[in-house]
Design a protein around this ligand. Sequence first.
Ligand code: PHE
Length: 446
Amino acid sequence: MNETLERWSTRRAFILAVTGAAVGLGNIWRFPYVTGENGGAAFLLLYIGFVLLLGLPVMMAEIMVGRAGRRSPAQSLGHLAVQAGASRHWRLLGLFGVFTVFCILSFYSVVSGWSIEFLVASINGDFVGAAPAEVGAGFDAFLADPARMTFNHTLFLVMTMLVVAAGVGKGLERLNNLLMPALYLLLLLLAGYAATTQGFGPALAWLFMPDVSAVTPLVVMHAMGHAFFTLAVGACALMAYGAYMPDQQSLPRAAGAVAVLDVSVALLAGIAIFSVVFAQGMDPGEGPGLMFVTLPVAFAQLPWGALWLSIFFLLLLLATWTSSINLAEPIVATLQGTGLSRGQAAAIVGVGVWLVGLLTVLSFSTLAEWRPLFGMNAFELVSTIPPEIFLPLGGLLIAIFAAWVMPESSARRALGVGPRGFALWRGLVRWVAIPLTLVVLVAGLV
Ligand code: PHE
């Protein structure tokens, strides 16, 4: 495994790789619409609280296990468990993670395909001077067209699986190097523009002045799930990257940097999007289409709007690409462990994800009213249950493993902290993160 330990050549490269996994649809597409559906500020504050109390310590746990094991997630878990005198069945947790990312990737690819459609449309200048109602109607027409959606879904998945088949490496590192700063700058620009519009004040009030009466156990569960989803924590995907983390690098500092970047990207996107919503008298609870109908309208008002909008969708597409590569990596690596070549494994995973993704595609037309479970259709199920139940459950088990099963000496070495730092982290995981996740999950489900 030694040659791969060099995979992230610098400390910055590791942080960028994890940021690349974390920043994606979760920040720019999911965060605004879920915040909109859950009443705004109260949800936002809960989500930030969960990032600090659960997301960060569990993210550290997850990367730490990867760095201690230096193997694929399932192998690392099994190996470390046996070393600690525990059951080797802990490796099943790695397989549960694989199942989780598989489900997530199936809708992630479809929604990323929407960005392809919008990228092409904005290059064509389709949104120049468009009013919200027109953009909305265009989006609805697109959703109702399974053939176009399938085409984009296919294209995106091929893009992803080609990189994964070639092996995540230098290419991804270089892409992340450029992409993250560019995306950040563009969002800053957009939020800066939003500050000059009349929707800015109401947007800030909606995002930061909580209405406590809006908080129900379900809202709390949504906020917790979103914290796991956006940080990419709970599916052992970061564990896979942790296996390549340089020995000398500070893990707490890297995780902290990723969390700050991740949350701030979401906040910038939220400010930009809700300023448009309030300036145009739109509905914050619009749902999954929120970003796609607000941002074209916002950019249409700017000089060179079509150009900016094209750049935005290009950056978004690249950001979702780096996330989906992280989602696919553990599935392919696991399958490869059964003796297949990397290319074969990538092809099989690609076909499987593509097929399941068709359920999401059809959820906006033919199968819209097919509601097999909890009154939700296929897209609603696959975009809710894995992020909001599987990820917290996976995170909970990872936390138990890291803070209760692993012996202190190896956990502390892999975490790379002193005795006091370790006590703080373990205390937080044992007495805050684990009980809190359990309580929220149980309360939300009941
Ligand atoms: N964090 C990614 C996003 O916000 C999604 C993701 C979840 C990636 C879980 C990897 C693992 O878009």
